[in-house]
Design a protein around this ligand. Structure first.
Ligand SMILES: NC(=O)c1ccc[n+]([C@@H]2O[C@H](COP(=O)([O-])OP(=O)(O)OC[C@H]3O[C@@H](n4cnc5c(N)ncnc54)[C@H](O)[C@@H]3O)[C@@H](O)[C@H]2O)c1
Ligand SMILES: O=C(O)C[C@@H](O)C(=O)O
Ligand SMILES: [K+]
Ligand SMILES: [Mn+2]
Length: 354
């Protein structure tokens, strides 16, 4: 197979640390997987770049990224110095929008060796399909007047195109899995967009009579993720609902530090972007405490997307082997550093190949 070219954007905080880990894993894997050839190119964009230049990324950043097979991102945000909406909209969300990454795919399942905080979890394995281009995340609105008269307006945008696209993706995915799609709604409280969401869901479902469906209000769904995560297969959600559900799903797995995600460009016109669910975690940055598994599992999603299924499986196997051995960071009950977990995963990739 041809060499794959990956743009690496470590970003801020622990993004830099877990990116270093995942790059090592990818480079190690390339030494043991014969047909895996990877070129990793770093771009040090993010909050430091903003402080120097007033921009999160240089002017031609998006054009530069278009020349790669995939974008691999750590995390963005330095809230002590830059308001979060500036850093996120200047980089993460800008990339999502300008590369038309309209689907965000976020799996959650039991990982061998990682204890869920649930008391006696049944084996669960579900995927959240998060609409990634519109919904509650919208630039439509504004703030007017001052003082007691101040008004903030934030419009949610739901287009038929993007809503249907997320739902069809969810149904197609469910057909390859357990054939069930759950729609995250809130049509009891949100009177325009969510009844529309429900209507589109019912229409799309007609094209998939073999797939079981259910609609659950987001508040109840959040509770069910805790009480019976094993009931779910594919969950389709709007941008904000999907965002919240996937931190919850990460927590139910054991830590948001292990949750991966794939931001997909559905028509393949632009590269897709891969980043863990978690953020830059300023509370633990620079302390060797970050769990690198979210970023490393994300690398596996990226390889899978690029057609390297075997290499992808090897990463997952290495993660589960190392966690089973108890080599884990503190967030999942271990006493090991970012570096030690990374080394153990790389060592396993080498020794299992011999
Ligand atoms: N995709 C992204 O780039 C992204 C995602 C979420 C938040 N953010 C940004 O990150 C910054 C911090 O946000 P936040 O605190 O709300 O969320 P966060 O995900 O960074 O951290 C939440 C909590 O989880 C812990 N945590 C996160 N990742 C971990 C890991 N790999 N290992 C161990 N513990 C981990 C943190 O220490 C923290 O206690 C903000 O600037 C925010 O906007 C960026
Ligand atoms: O989409 C966001 O709000 C940023 C971050 O929280 C994420 O989940 O990627
Ligand atoms: K992230
Ligand atoms: Mn989030």
């Amino acid at each position: 197979m041809a060499k794959i070219k990956i743009a690496c954007l470590p970003g801020d905080g622990i993004g830099v640390e877990v990116m270093a880990s995942a790059k090592e894993v990818l480079q190690t894997l390339a030494t043991v997987e014969e047909d895996l050839k990877i070129e990793l190119v770093d771009f040090n964009w993010g909050s430091d770049h903003y402080i120097e230049t007033g921009e999160m990324m240089p002017e031609h950043a998006i054009d530069t990224l278009k020349g790669f097979d995939a974008v691999f991102l750590g995390a963005v945000g330095n809230p002590a110095l830059i308001p979060d909406h500036i850093s996120l909209w200047g980089m993460l969300i800008k990339i999502r929008r300008e590369l038309s990454l309209s689907l965000n795919i976020r799996p959650a399942r039991v990982i061998n060796g990682i204890q869920s905080p649930l008391h006696s979890p049944r084996k669960f394995d579900f995927i959240v399909v998060r609409e990634n281009s519109e919904g509650e995340y919208s630039e439509s609105g504004g703030v007017i007047h001052n003082g007691v008269n101040e008004i903030a307006v934030q419009n949610a945008i739901f287009t038929r195109q993007a809503t249907e696209r997320a739902m069809r993706f969810a149904f197609d995915l469910a057909r390859k899995r357990e054939s069930k799609v759950t729609s995250a709604t809130k049509s009891n409280g949100i009177v325009h967009s969510m009844p529309f969401w429900d209507r589109v869901f019912q229409e799309v479902a007609k094209d998939y009579p073999d797939v079981k469906t259910e609609s659950i209000h987001i508040d109840a769904l959040a509770a069910f993720i805790v009480t019976k995560p094993q009931n779910f297969d594919v969950i389709v959600a709007s941008n904000l609902f999907g965002d919240i559900l996937t931190d919850l799903a990460g927590a139910v797995m054991g830590s948001i530090g292990i949750a991966p995600s794939a931001n997909l460009n559905p028509d393949g016109r632009f590269p897709s972007m891969f980043e863990p669910v978690h953020g830059s975690a300023p509370d633990i940055a620079g302390q060797e405490k970050a769990n690198p598994i979210g970023q490393i599992w994300t690398a596996a999603l990226m390889l899978d997307h690029l057609g390297h299924l075997n290499a992808s499986k090897r990463i997952i196997e290495a993660i589960e082997e190392v966690t089973k051995q108890g080599i884990k960071t503190a967030d999942v009950g271990g006493a090991y550093s970012t570096r030690e977990v990374t080394n153990a995963i790389c060592d396993y990739l080498i020794s299992s190949a011999q």
